[in-house]
Design a protein around this ligand. Sequence first.
Ligand SMILES: Nc1ncnc2c1ncn2[C@@H]1O[C@H](COP(=O)(O)OP(=O)(O)OP(=O)(O)O)[C@@H](O)[C@H]1O
Ligand SMILES: [Mg+2]
Length: 235
Amino acid sequence: MKKVIEMKDICKSFWIADNEELKVLKKINLTVYEGEFVAIVGASGSGKSTLMNIIGALDRPTTGEYFLDGEDIAGMKDRQLSEIRNRKIGFVFQTFNLIPRTNAVKNVALPMLYAGMPSRRANRKAKELLAQVDMKDRMYHNPNELSGGQKQRVAIARSIANNPGIILADEPTGALDSVTGRMIMDLFHRLHSQQGKTIVLITHSPELAQECERIITLKDGVIIKEERGLGHASY
Ligand SMILES: Nc1ncnc2c1ncn2[C@@H]1O[C@H](COP(=O)(O)OP(=O)(O)OP(=O)(O)O)[C@@H](O)[C@H]1O
Ligand SMILES: [Mg+2]
């Protein structure tokens, strides 16, 4: 099986105050295979988002090696990294991060425009993607006119706009009630099973984590547990 994420002894420190080093990630070894659905859990402050930012090449490790889809990202320039991010990874965040005063179609079209797609095609594809997440009848609404669950569906449509193989979701249901969260989780399951996306999901919910194929527990910047979830097909 193809490794899409391969981390070897990844450490991440932040320097706070003068010379005080805050070690947030300590020797993380993590491999995620193509098509896996992995949950990352752990207490607040354990380093989940820091790890996710490194997986998504939004940030660089302090030390250690990281291969994203087989490519060593250490030597890459920022421009190369952002190009790889745009092509290979879809991001979903707790607070949706949609562009205000910009309708759903335009929000979803934007990453395709950045990738160089002509605007008519990008708009057409954006509408198709919004239909896929059941947002056809709210396509021309701005984010402030949408409910949390609707905003998150727009954000998920945007995350898959450039057809990335990997979706990284940091607490995507954290700001939603449980029924709406359930709906969003079902959408991830659909992207996983029907489109073969590799998904890494950070969640505080043990129930949602259990639905994934593998559950990784972080504590104080260390992976303390790796277990199989109920979503593991061949187990
Ligand atoms: N840019 C930064 N500078 C300094 N410290 C940081 C920075 N980013 C994160 N940290 C620290 O790293 C630790 C881990 O933070 P992180 O956001 O990864 O936690 P988390 O597991 O995602 O928590 P939560 O569940 O609350 O989102 C925290 O102690 C945080 O204060
Ligand atoms: Mg976090």
